[in-house]
Design a protein around this ligand. Structure first.
Ligand SMILES: [Zn+2]
Length: 288
């Protein structure tokens, strides 16, 4: 730890970035709590925890991002060992780049992921996305020095292998893609599992956190997750009534609107696609 490190930055304070231009820098590291950091690279957020026995780093993001990520870890906690890399889920835009982290911070560092991630990653054979060495089904708690880091599987949501990290002492969580702070779902929700998504959000809210770091966008709190539940419920209700009126998918995408959420991230570009994704689930589900 460098002198002054503990005292200076508060939640949300930017510690470092690329070259200072008027626009947002490509990357930044934000201190969330003592030894708990969010690393942002462009639109993606990673999360890392500094313990007295080394670092646990979630989501390398990409080989290019991981290069910066490794340098930021080294800057924040010089000389610390990387003890584990954890994939929130297997999607390449969050999980690629582990080899770069390993090369920079420790070649033998184990990769941890949910059990459902292993076979698809192996089958894909992407050298930028090496398969996990350690997997779990329901819950795994990592103990490094003074910290416990819980990994929870909440069921299917945005993918079938999504884990959530919880630091029980700090009451901080890290959740990716199935929830965000006032952002709608990605495009046509193609990878989402319904109705499991609703259950996963309820289970997320049942975890004991106060602050939650998301894989995209700003840091949130419990209310952020409550609003996510509200959004997906309102989306389901609105699309359900479109289906009951006999609207086609195209008509629903054209006409369904949820003005309450129009200031949310992604609404302008993806909301009609969210409608399509929900429509497909509801129609498929009805046909069963
Ligand atoms: Zn994803």
């Amino acid at each position: 730890m460098r002198p002054g490190w503990l005292a200076a930055p508060l939640l949300g304070a930017v510690l470092a970035g690329g070259t200072m231009h008027a626009q947002e820098p490509d990357f930044e590291t934000t201190r969330i709590a003592d030894g708990v950091y969010r690393f942002r690279y462009r639109a993606h957020n990673a999360f890392f925890v500094v313990t007295s026995e080394g670092i646990v780093a979630f989501d390398p993001i990409s080989p290019t991002a991981a290069d910066r990520y490794a340098a930021e870890i080294e800057r924040v906690a010089p000389g610390s060992r990387l003890r584990a890399i954890v994939y929130s889920h297997r999607h390449a835009d969050h999980a690629s780049g582990a080899a770069v982290l390993r090369r920079a911070l420790g070649v033998d560092v184990p990769i941890i992921a949910h059990a459902n991630a292993r076979e698809p990653i192996r089958a894909a054979g992407d050298t930028n996305l090496p398969p996990p060495d350690v997997t779990f089904e329901e819950r795994l708690t990592l103990h490094f020095g003074d910290r416990a880091i819980e990994l929870h599987y909440l069921g299917k949501s945005h993918s079938d292998d999504m884990l959530v990290a919880l630091l029980p002492e700090d009451r901080i969580a890290f959740a990716v893609d199935f929830a965000s702070h006032d952002g709608i779902g990605y495009r046509d929700l193609g990878s989402f599992h319904f109705p499991d998504q609703f259950t996963a959000l309820e289970r997320l809210l049942a975890l004991e956190f106060d602050v939650i770091v998301f894989g995209h966008g700003p840091v949130g709190d419990r209310h952020s997750v409550e609003r996510q539940i509200g959004y997906y419920s309102d989306l389901r209700e609105a699309v359900q009534s479109a289906v009951e009126r006999g609207w086609s998918e195209d008509e629903a995408a054209e006409r369904v609107r949820l003005p309450t959420y129009e200031t949310w991230g992604g609404y302008d570009s993806w909301f009609p696609l969210n409608v399509r994704g929900m429509y497909r689930w509801l129609v498929r589900d009805r046909a069963r």
